[in-house]
Write a protein of this length. Structure first.
Length: 141
């Protein structure tokens, strides 16, 4: 009887800690909340079975099953939180890459526009500049 009381008290403390928001992430999907509600109902039923006089072996097995279910629920909540954080990070990186590509494209367009405007306005000087370069290279030889 002493083991049953400790096992049930442990489960009650863990569930109470979870429902208080201290250990389980709040804001999880409704499925997690439903799973926690089912765990609480199962805990009450196990406690009722214990009070009704079920064998200690059966109560211990049920307590182990409840602990396992609670661990899976907590792991599921942790995994979904980690996945959501990773997805958010990935979305931010993708947005940054798009922004960088746009900045490069706009900068290239502005640079090409400036270069073409310079070429159009100074086209008549290119021939004279090329002639000067040829004369300098001949004079140096």
């Amino acid at each position: 009887m002493h083991f049953r009381f400790q096992a049930l008290l442990g489960i009650l403390l863990v569930l109470g800690f979870c429902f208080s928001g201290g250990g389980c992430a709040s804001g999880q999907p409704a499925q997690t909340s439903d799973a926690q509600n089912q765990l609480a109902k199962a805990f009450v039923l196990v406690q009722q079975a214990d009070m009704a006089g079920a064998s200690p072996e059966q109560i211990a097995e049920l307590a182990n099953n409840l602990n396992l279910a609670l661990r899976y629920t907590n792991e599921s909540a942790s995994l979904s939180t980690a996945t959501a954080a990773e997805a958010l990070s990935l979305a931010n990186v993708a947005r940054e890459q798009v922004l960088f590509r746009q900045a490069v494209a706009y900068s290239t367009a502005v640079g090409a526009g400036f270069a073409s405007a310079l070429l159009v306005t100074e086209f008549h000087r290119i021939g004279e500049f090329a002639r000067r370069l040829r004369l300098r290279s001949r004079q140096l030889d």
